[in-house]
Every structure is written in C-alpha cells, then in structure tokens.
Design a protein around this ligand. Structure first.
Ligand SMILES: Nc1ncnc2c1ncn2[C@@H]1O[C@H](COP(=O)(O)OP(=O)(O)OP(=O)(O)O)[C@@H](O)[C@H]1O
Ligand SMILES: [Mg+2]
Length: 258
C-alpha cells in the first residue's frame, strides 16, 4: 500500500505544528495504523516527543529530515519503513524555497495550524496565498485545510480568522482550545488519544475532525465517472471545483484508507 503523507506546516513559529503532528501520529498509531513522523525541524521537537514515548505505547517510527551536521547521511536518517501507512511531516518555522518544494513533493495533504492572533493570521494568509499561487498544490491535487489553534475558551469565535478563511474558501477543520492537556501530552510522549479518556474527552472531540479529514481520500470524478475505488464513506466535505480543468471536480467525499 502506498504511504499517505500529511504535511503540517506554517512558517510562523509556535503555531502548533509539532502538537498537531504528534497527536495526529498518535491517533493513527492507537488505531493500529503503521505510522511514521518525519521531522524537518533542526529543533527536533517531534523526535524528542518520540523519545519520551513509554515502552507500552504503540511504536511510531521517527525519521530525521533536518539538515545534518558532522557527516551524518541525511538520506539514511530520512528513511521511512516501506510499509508505513500514514506519514506525518513536521515542518520547521520559517521554511521557504527549496525546502518547501521538497516537503510539498512528498505531501498528499496539508494541514496548517494557525493561532488566533492578528499577527499570526496575517503571516499565515500571506503564506497560503504564496502556496496557492505556486501552482504545485493544484497540479498535484494536494488537499489543504486550516486548523485554528490555541483558541481561548472565553473567545471561541475570532472574526479576523473567520474572515480570512472565508476569503480563501478553505475549510477550517476545527478549533483546538488552549489546554494543558497538550502540554502534558508533549511531556509524556503520548497523544491525547492515548491518555485517560475522561481527562481528554473535549480535546479528542475537537481533534477528531483533523484525523478524519486526513484519513479520508478524495474521489476524483471526471465527467461523471468515479475514478477511485469506492469504499465506505466516513465523512462528507463540500466539493471544490478545479478552475483550470473544466469537467474535473474534486469531491472531498472521504473514505477510509485500506
Ligand atoms: N492548543 C494548545 N493548547 C495549549 N498549548 C498548546 C496548544 N498548541 C500548542 N501548544 C503549546 O505551544 C507550544 C508551541 O507549540 P508547537 O511546538 O506545537 O508549535 P510549532 O508550530 O511546532 O512551533 P515551532 O515553529 O517552534 O516548531 C508548545 O509548548 C505546545 O505544547
Ligand atoms: Mg515545531
């Protein structure tokens, strides 16, 4: 089976890339899906998190894609087992140029966490526009969605964020509240789906749409004919037309990977 790859990216530091990466990976691992994380960040937050994982936790493979020092071979460190079903890429802050192209070249879908602050929204909006203008997303039919992160319980809606997403016609998958549970997960090497249910129920519910969206694969319908094998439908998202290719619509009507 082909590895499905999700790129978690936002050039803005601290937007929640490593948090989303770790919890997404732990969701799949906890569901017995062979999972790997590829950490492009020299800070190595995701690889550090993997090192904290207790012995009883389901194994998640860690691959180091950060530039190597001291003669270590990047291609060796980047290796991901061939039977990996879900690969999650944790991008570094400030990524640009060739590094972005390399990560995009691997991705089937992109998740962009954005913190609910005017500064973060502004930076993220520019990044998404550049991504879309680059053409690679459309050429390769890469799905793209945004996640609002660190949303305050006292301020569940944030108008500038809603306006920004509406202007780009992008799905906002969910809002993750600012919660100590994520800090606890970071410290223990576990994900929210592997922690005590009662203590993580709200966070799980908020996070689940991300996992379901990633697990869903788009059905391509070309002139009314379904091009992908039909499997049981789990979640239904709105259809989006591909402007440059008349007659081709991407229906993001998801189904579970095999
Ligand atoms: N929803 C949340 N609630 C509480 N804390 C959070 C939440 N999301 C992220 N954090 C915390 O904020 C800090 C930054 O998050 P994280 O490391 O995921 O961001 P990042 O985008 O990967 O940062 P960098 O750009 O430095 O790689 C971490 O300590 C993380 O635990
Ligand atoms: Mg990070």
């Amino acid at each position: 089976m082909r590895t499905h790859t999700t790129l978690v990216i936002n050039p803005k530091g601290g937007s929640g890339k490593s948090t989303v990466t770790a919890n997404l990976a732990s969701y799949f691992a906890a569901n017995d899906v062979l999972t790997a994380i590829m950490d492009y960040d020299p800070q190595g937050s995701s690889l550090n998190w993997l090192r904290q994982r207790p012995q009883h936790a389901v194994r998640i493979h860690g691959a180091n894609a950060a530039p190597q020092r001291g003669g270590r071979l990047r291609s060796v460190e980047m290796h991901v087992p061939q039977d990996t079903q879900q690969l999650i890429i944790d991008a570094p802050a400030g990524a640009s140029g060739l590094l972005i192209q390399e990560m995009l070249g691997r991705a089937h879908c992109i998740v962009i966490p954005v913190a609910a602050s005017a500064i973060d929204i502004h930076a993220t909006a520019n990044f998404i526009r550049d991504l879309l203008l680059g053409g690679r997303i459309r050429e390769r039919n890469i799905r793209l969605a945004v996640v609002a992160n660190r949303v305050r319980k006292s301020m569940p809606g944030y108008e500038p964020l809603e306006r920004f997403l509406n202007s780009l016609n992008l799905p906002m998958l969910t809002r993750l509240v600012d919660s100590d549970v994520y800090l606890k997960a970071e410290e223990t090497g576990l994900g929210i789906f592997e922690m005590e249910f009662a203590a993580t129920a709200a966070e799980r519910q908020q996070f689940l749409p991300i996992a379901e969206w990633v697990a869903a694969r788009p059905q391509l319908i070309v002139e009314g004919r379904v091009q992908a094998p039909s499997l049981p439908v789990r979640s239904i998202l709105p259809a989006a037309a591909v402007a440059s290719r008349p007659g081709l619509r991407i229906i993001t009507k998801g189904f579970q990977p095999q």
